[in-house]
Design a protein around this ligand. Structure first.
Ligand code: SAH
Length: 385
């Protein structure tokens, strides 16, 4: 695939999932690197942007909302941006092709199993959303059926029919979301086939992924991101490392292969559980995970007087909290590796860190989300001498 290739999609304007599909891939990379470089200019320079070799079908977590069109036909796709109107999607340039095929099969099966799609206005019907996760290296597939009520008729036969067409499906979970909410997943879960999670491999390690755990949607580029972050950390073997906002513990576990000791902290209970299982599976005995708000945890650890040499932090789009950053400054690690999916909040947080004794030494943007205007970046900060 040439970097000059351009792509087309019949629902580009309606769907809102892509913003820069009209640009050839090299122009997308230049555009994003330019945006990130502008925001981070006061703090430091960025290396060449790391792009994808094949920038298509990279999303290994795919979500489809189910409903009916005006004629009453079952449709599945995405909400039109800012609305609850469904734009039907057959196959998407961003989404893993196997995941899209599973969604199409489910749509077909609904009819023969007489399963109704959920109607948001009346609250009547059953299937609201489908979530499909595909392991990048393992090929294992998890299907999550999000239902408006807990009873799924002939669920065993449904699973059988689904697996007949897609034997790669290793687990099927029913998630119940009976609330009038824009959140996709509800609280309650019932595993109806397989172990209730899938596994994937990155950087030579195995990770457990449950329906509600965060796991990077583009695992191919996540591996490149982690490699860059680990390179920036320059771990020699004597360090104590903290992995804050650690999700299923991916970065921390990769660091644990080299560091003396690693501590991971994450708010989501399921993700922490996955992280603990993952560490055991990988035979890592020098890593501990804690379920807590990263800011609270940071405050505690800074006050305890424990020495931490390297902090990886990978907060959500909203960036880190003031509590976290103030305690981080108090903790005084030699290096901070800040991974961010929003360069605006990254720049905001760097502003504070650079005022309080740190300087940005290295940085790179990585294209985790081709065709969209989302930018992922990683920066290394060290203590000013
Ligand atoms: N580093 C991980 C996850 C990054 S996504 C990876 O690469 O896969 C950000 C993570 O921050 C999510 O798992 C989310 O659950 C977690 N999170 C959000 N707010 C948090 C908070 N206040 N304290 C701790 N973790 C939080």
């Amino acid at each position: 695939m040439s970097q000059k290739d351009t792509f087309a999609c019949p629902v580009y304007k309606k769907c809102g999932g892509c913003q820069i599909l009209h640009m050839d891939y090299q122009s997308q990379l230049n555009f994003k690197r330019g945006q990130a470089a502008k925001l981070l200019k006061p703090y430091g320079k960025l290396e060449e942007m790391i792009g994808m070799e094949q920038p298509v079908h990279y999303r290994h977590k795919v979500h489809a909302v189910f409903g009916r069109d005006r004629k009453g036909n079952i449709i599945s796709g995405v909400y039109k941006e800012g609305t609850h109107q469904i734009v039907p999607v057959e196959d998407c340039l961003l989404e893993n092709e196997k995941a899209d095929a599973v969604i199409q099969t489910v749509r077909k099966l609904l009819k023969s199993f007489k399963i109704k799609t959920y109607d948001e206005d009346t609250g009547y019907g059953l299937l609201r959303h489908l979530l499909v996760r595909v392991g990048y290296h393992t090929g294992q597939i998890m299907v999550v059926l999000v239902l408006g009520s807990p009873i799924m008729p002939s669920k065993n036969n449904f699973v059988k029919a689904l697996r007949r067409e897609h034997p790669e499906i290793t687990t099927v979970v029913v998630n119940v979301n009976d609330k009038r909410t824009s959140m996709v997943l509800g609280e309650k879960e019932q595993v109806i086939y397989g172990p209730g999670y899938i596994e994937d491999k990155l950087c030579g390690l195995t990770f457990k992924i449950s329906p509600k755990s965060f796991y990077q949607v583009n695992p191919c580029m996540a591996q490149k991101l982690y490699e860059k972050a680990i390179e920036y950390a320059g771990i020699s073997g004597r360090e104590t490392v903290l992995d804050a906002y650690c999700g299923t513990g991916t970065i921390g576990m990769v660091a644990a292969l080299k560091a003396k000791k690693v501590i991971g902290v994450e708010l989501n209970r399921d993700a922490v559980r996955d992280a603990i299982t993952g560490a055991k599976k990988n035979g890592l005995s020098n890593i501990r995970f804690y379920q807590a708000d990263a800011g609270d945890f940071m405050e505690e650890i800074a006050e305890s007087g424990e020495r931490v040499d390297v902090v990886f932090m990978d907060p959500p789009r909203s960036g880190s909290s003031e509590k976290f950053l103030t305690s981080l400054i108090k903790l005084k690690p030699e290096k901070i590796i800040y991974i961010s999916c929003n360069p605006e909040t990254l720049a905001r947080d760097l502003h504070l860190l650079c005022k309080k004794g740190y300087q940005m030494k290295k940085g790179a943007a990585i294209d985790m989300f081709p065709f969209t205007d989302d930018i992922e970046a990683v920066c290394m900060l060290s203590k000013k001498p």
